[in-house]
Ligand binder design. Structure first.
Ligand SMILES: [Zn+2]
Ligand SMILES: [Zn+2]
Length: 95
């Protein structure tokens, strides 16, 4: 049975064992994953790295990136590409 190390709100850690799916893919992190990286890698596919709540960086509503892709995203955003990308990636709320 896999075990996980979860971070608690007060900065401590907590052990958890059970069948909770893949571990978070971030380096040195052993938490259970509740998120997948939504970074587009082409062909309609996404990165899909399993991420825990502290390593899934939300860049838009319901869009989470892994730490590596967050860096790429920040570079992309800083280069001014964000408006074009948002039109393609972020689902706009239904009116
Ligand atoms: Zn993590
Ligand atoms: Zn990713």
């Amino acid at each position: 049975m896999p075990c996980y190390i979860e971070r608690t709100r007060d900065g401590g850690t907590m052990f958890l064992c059970g069948n909770l799916g893949p571990h978070c893919a971030a380096e040195k992190c052993a938490a259970s994953s509740g998120y997948l990286c939504d970074y587009q890698v082409g062909d309609g596919k996404t990165c899909d790295l399993p991420l825990c709540s502290s390593h899934a960086y939300q860049v838009a509503p319901n869009v989470h990136y892994c730490p590596g892709h967050l860096i790429l995203w920040n570079e992309f955003r800083d280069s001014g590409g964000v408006e074009k990308e948002l039109v393609n990636v972020v689902p706009f709320p239904q009116k």
